[in-house]
Design a protein around this ligand. Structure first.
Ligand SMILES: NC(=O)c1ccc[n+]([C@@H]2O[C@H](COP(=O)([O-])OP(=O)(O)OC[C@H]3O[C@@H](n4cnc5c(N)ncnc54)[C@H](OP(=O)(O)O)[C@@H]3O)[C@@H](O)[C@H]2O)c1
Length: 282
């Protein structure tokens, strides 16, 4: 029984492989990646697998029984790319697919939701047994720029007092491993998020507490925020995308109190306090 993991050379994928290797023999795990060379350090078989090359995908899935599809980071191309993968899985006789979607993809006002919904639909229509992992925001989306926050002396955003139930990549990766290695998740959709919800004001307060510095949260309008990001050197498109996530965040689209992630992984999710401490040590 082989398990295939796409996106295995990405940040989430690498953690999934590490955790999967603790549960499944390495020879039964296959990294399905754009660059097998880049996957060499994973210590498992790596096959070339580019979502945008549909002609090669089914052959690369030979012998794969369970497949984790980690969503592509090529926003705008993902509906086509993921549909290619689902069609190839069907052709190759894959028995189970699990996919990293977006928290409440069916009702979220984040622009990202649309491509995830198309993918979910393609998976359900394929007739392959599935589990949809609707992942909320990564805590690292925030803690990844903690150095910039300290340099600027403030957390900057435009999400007001919107609450965010983020979780670390490691917690989401663990959920994927649970679904790949245990029964009872067939044809289920999980909305996954951290146990704790916080605002950007609370995020800034925790950084202040841990560093002993006064780091306030400065709330801007989405337009002002995009301008600040461009001034900081981000490409215009990225700045607009990030600014566009702020109104849905303020509305609560990244907040969830159902605790499905901690139930799935059998322990509380990593706290914001721990994630900030880890980021400050890095
Ligand atoms: N929940 C969140 O907060 C959040 C935040 C950011 C992204 N995401 C989504 O979650 C996914 C995983 O997160 P991450 O942090 O691991 O992102 P990441 O580090 O950017 O990894 C993305 C992975 O997708 C692969 N990929 C991109 N285009 C591909 C293609 N055409 N064919 C095959 N593989 C392709 C990349 O391959 P290479 O290694 O070859 O580059 C990489 O392994 C992202 O791709 C995105 O869809 C979620």
């Amino acid at each position: 029984m082989k398990i295939g993991v796409t996106g295995a050379t990405g940040q989430l994928g690498r953690i999934v492989i590490e955790k999967l290797k603790a549960k499944v023999a390495a020879e039964n795990i296959v990294a399905l990646v754009r660059s097998p060379q880049k996957a060499a350090a994973l210590g498992i078989e790596a096959r070339e697998f580019d979502y945008s090359k549909p002609e090669n995908l089914a052959a690369a899935l030979a012998g794969i029984e369970k497949l984790l599809v980690i969503s592509s980071n090529e926003v705008g191309q993902r509906a086509v790319q993921h549909t290619n993968v689902v069609e190839a899985a069907k052709k190759a006789g894959v028995k189970f697919i699990t996919y990293t979607s977006l928290l409440r993809a069916d009702t979220s006002t984040l622009s990202l939701a649309e491509e995830h919904l198309v993918t979910e639909k393609a998976i359900k229509e394929s007739g392959i047994t599935y589990t949809i992992l609707r992942n909320g925001w990564y805590t690292e989306n925030y803690t990844g720029s903690i150095g910039g926050v300290l340099a600027a002396g403030a957390v900057i955003g435009a999400s007001g007092e919107g609450k965010i139930s983020s979780a670390t990549r490691a917690d989401f990766a663990e959920a994927a491993v649970v679904v790949l290695t245990t029964a009872g998740h067939e044809n289920k959709t999980y909305d996954l998020a951290g146990d704790e919800a916080y605002t950007m004001t609370e995020y800034a307060a925790e950084i202040s507490r841990q560093t002993g510095k006064n780091i306030p949260y400065k709330n801007l309008t989405a337009v002002e925020y995009a301008n600040v990001l461009v001034q900081a050197g981000l490409p215009e498109g990225v700045a607009q995308f990030l600014a566009g996530t702020q109104p849905p965040t303020e509305k609560g689209d990244l907040c969830d109190d159902t605790h499905q992630l901690s139930k799935l992984i059998g322990r509380p999710t990593t706290t914001l306090k721990e994630a900030i401490a880890t980021a400050l040590k890095a």
